[in-house]
Design a protein around this ligand. Structure first.
Ligand SMILES: Nc1ncnc2c1ncn2[C@@H]1O[C@H](COP(=O)(O)OP(=O)(O)OP(=O)(O)O)[C@@H](O)[C@H]1O
Ligand SMILES: [Mg+2]
Length: 365
């Protein structure tokens, strides 16, 4: 798939702008604050219905304006789709070919993008929630069944937590908990099962991606996701029941999962350098791209925000060599949009030479 064009008005610092993208590589360059990341953010919003930077819509709308308007043309196998968004402070309307969509789920699967941005670095550096969100989003985009299991689990979790709070506050009796335990353990078994299966596939792809980048590089992952049946889950919920009532929160289940990354045997989160974090994130994102390709049949568009900053030339060149391996069915390279403050950085990496169809866009602050 590819994104052909994008129009923005009153979005972040953009007044009114129109961009046409190459099917190969597009380099967007300009000073800090010129609006490069915002362009990628707009593409992400039209793809998945939300920003990758914020949940607060009001922040997206240009200061002193009421509404942001975004519109993009996507092509997939020669079919063109127009997706538009009207973002207001508390609501937003998204249309596909003029037809209003009522649920964000309807957008999922239409087009896919993978973003590699400094804004996403919390995936390796931040709290477990960031890593869960990373895998949950990837698995949801590649499989609608997964998003349903996730939503059903989250609903059951909310209900059990409400019951725990009511018991704690003496509003209900303790024996009222068991239907919620039942429901939650059923949904947990399902979600864990699917997550386990997807993680296995992801992990295999990740290990071969690392290997392909550099055979001597030793990055591994481990996760707390387990295959547990309903009875075992129920037993574990029971064991923690008193603690959970006191806290008014469920302390066990898929919502507590985490993934740990190891670089040369040491935990990346505690020991990793900036470049090591960045490279790991790059390899995770390449894996995400391969995962989506494997599950949906099409390569997503890669959005690389400030990719070469903080990476030495040798690593940058290796990354470029790796990117140039991915080809679609017509053996064309996959669509990539890259931003930079330093056009020389991109030129030195050799990236532009690898693509026959490239385009450069200059943004002014
Ligand atoms: N709602 C808004 N209204 C007006 N300006 C905004 C809004 N939100 C963000 N900005 C500004 O828009 C500018 C563009 O931000 P963006 O992150 O896109 O820049 P960038 O080109 O990626 O910069 P860098 O090279 O530093 O990453 C910033 O100066 C930011 O302060
Ligand atoms: Mg930026």
């Amino acid at each position: 798939m590819s994104i052909d064009s994008l129009s923005l008005s009153s979005f972040r610092n953009h007044n009114s702008n129109h961009f046409e993208f190459s099917k190969g590589i597009t380099v967007i360059w300009g000073e800090n604050g010129s609006g490069k990341t915002s362009v990628l953010e707009a593409i992400h919003l039209l793809t998945y219905g939300k920003s990758f930077k914020t949940h607060k819509q009001a922040q997206l709308i240009k200061e002193d304006k009421k509404t942001s308007l975004l519109k993009a043309v996507f092509s997939k196998k020669k079919v063109k789709n127009i997706i538009s968004a009207q973002v207001e402070k508390t609501s937003s309307k998204i249309k596909v070919n003029g037809k209003l969509i009522l649920n964000r789920k309807e957008l999922i699967g239409q087009n896919n993008v993978v973003v590699l941005s400094p804004e996403e670095q919390p995936i390796t550096k931040g709290a477990p929630l960031q890593r869960r969100q990373f895998i949950d989003k990837m698995f949801s985009v590649s499989n609608k069944k997964y998003i349903n299991s996730l939503q059903e689990y989250n609903r059951a979790l909310k209900q059990r937590n409400a019951a725990l709070q009511n018991i704690r506050d003496d509003k209900t009796k303790k024996n009222q908990l068991s239907p919620w335990d039942n429901l939650l353990s059923e949904k947990a078994e399902k979600l864990w099962g699917e997550r386990f299966e997807h993680l296995l596939m992801f992990n295999n792809l990740f290990l071969s991606t690392v290997d392909q980048y550099d055979r001597t590089l030793d990055i591994k992952t481990s996760s707390t996701t387990e295959l547990k049946n309903k009875e075992e889950i129920l037993e574990n919920l029971k064991k923690r029941e008193n603690k959970d009532i006191a806290r008014g929160r469920t302390s066990y289940g898929p919502h507590k999962d985490d993934i740990t990354f190891f670089w040369n045997g040491k935990t990346l989160r505690e020991y990793g350098s900036q470049g090591e974090h960045k490279l790991t994130l790059f390899l995770l994102k390449v894996t995400e791209m391969l995962f989506l390709k494997k599950n949906t049949g099409v390569y997503p568009t890669l959005l690389l925000d400030d990719l070469f900053a903080k990476l030495d030339l040798e690593r940058s060149k290796k990354i470029v060599a790796m990117l140039s391996l991915f080809r679609d069915e017509e053996s064309k390279r996959t669509q990539t949009i890259i931003t930079t403050t330093d056009i020389l950085n991109v030129e030195n990496s050799g990236l532009l030479k690898k693509y026959s169809n490239s385009k450069t866009i200059r943004l002014q602050r």
